[in-house]
Design a protein around this ligand. Structure first.
Ligand SMILES: [Zn+2]
Length: 333
């Protein structure tokens, strides 16, 4: 007589009847209601940072990869600037007409462009807090940009670029080698904290932030609510959260099955679908969220990136891209 396997309820939607999609990965289960892939023992994972730190413990590999990530960071910073309206052009428009809500409209236009399948969370029409001016940081950077925190800033490639574009940036990075590299490349006034998310709060200097960014971080945290809840606490009302994470509905998963590289339950404790990610953001106090899918890898060169862009747009129409890109606005109290 066999005992039926009991799977826990989905940590996002609390639905039951989770199934095991891959017999070779028996600890990885999928929620049939929201599409979340998660470790069945997610509540018992005691040291979620250990696998991440182990994977990033080789400085040689880190440096080799980081040197190829310029086009990737350029694309991410473009996505952020498109939504936040912090490009020089948007700043000029804002400065030329203080009473005209140019910046909220800029974000609104982007959100309209990202309208995808599913029911969007309603927009909050009053979001002026997103673009509150940053404290004066000195130097030649242009004024009027906001404060931005990157959770899991790695070797500091994105922070370096955003700092040069005028953001007042700050970072958190638990991996020792990655933190050391970020510290060495960033200007001295940029604070990069060598700690995990749950240890960071007393060290933060620019809180509340106009923007919080976390690239490929939430899949490393077994509790799906920890990072969005924390980000909501650290954001100013109307502030923006940018998330990137693997897509459980991606075409690569469908084609490669258990060989899909993102199915690594020893360090990826959950993988979101667009539906599960939207639900988490809504439950964590983000009134507006737009989610699209994106393609390409972090070390793709500019040519491959350009060639794959139309393919990525096509896949995004059906939520099939390799990763989810979410932009959410913190609700007001
Ligand atoms: Zn679920």
């Amino acid at each position: 007589m066999t005992t039926p396997i009991q799977h826990p309820r989905c940590p996002v939607c609390e639905g039951g009847d989770a199934n095991v999609p891959y017999p070779g990965l028996p600890d990885l289960v999928e929620c049939p209601a929201c599409g979340l892939l998660f470790r069945s023992d997610w509540r018992e994972i005691a040291a979620p940072n250990a696998a991440y730190e182990e994977a990033n413990s080789s400085p040689d590999r880190l440096l080799a990869e980081e040197s190829r990530r310029g086009p990737y960071y350029a694309e991410i910073s473009r996505r952020i600037l498109t939504v936040s309206g912090s490009s020089p052009a948007a700043g000029a428009r804002r400065d030329s007409c203080a009473s005209d809500p140019v910046i909220p409209r800029c974000a609104e236009n982007h959100f309209s462009a990202l309208e995808g399948p599913g029911t969007p969370i309603p927009m909050d029409p009053a979001r002026e807090g997103i673009h509150a001016p940053a404290p004066t940081a000195g130097g030649s950077r242009s004024p009027g940009h906001g404060t931005l925190l990157e959770i899991g800033c790695g070797a500091g490639g994105l922070l370096t670029r955003l700092h040069a574009q005028g953001w007042t940036v700050e970072g958190i990075e638990p991996s020792g080698p990655l933190h050391a590299h970020a510290r060495a490349r960033l200007p001295a006034e940029v604070r990069v904290h060598p700690c995990a998310l749950e240890e960071a709060e007393p060290r933060l200097v620019h809180r509340p932030y106009q923007a919080v960014v976390a690239l490929d971080v939430i899949e490393h945290l077994p509790d799906p609510f920890v990072l969005p809840t924390t980000a909501a606490e650290w954001l100013a009302p109307g502030g923006l959260l940018f998330l990137q994470t693997p897509n459980a509905r991606s075409i690569r998963r469908r084609l490669q099955g258990a060989r899909w590289e993102q199915l690594a339950p020893e360090e990826h404790f959950l993988i979101h679908s667009p539906r599960s990610l939207r639900l988490v953001l809504e439950l964590c106090g983000f009134k507006s969220a737009r989610i699209e899918t994106v393609g390409g890898g972090a070390v793709d060169g500019p040519l491959r990136r350009a060639l794959m862009r139309p393919v990525g747009r096509l896949l995004s129409l059906c939520d099939l891209g390799n990763a989810l890109w979410a932009v959410a606005i913190k609700d007001r109290p």
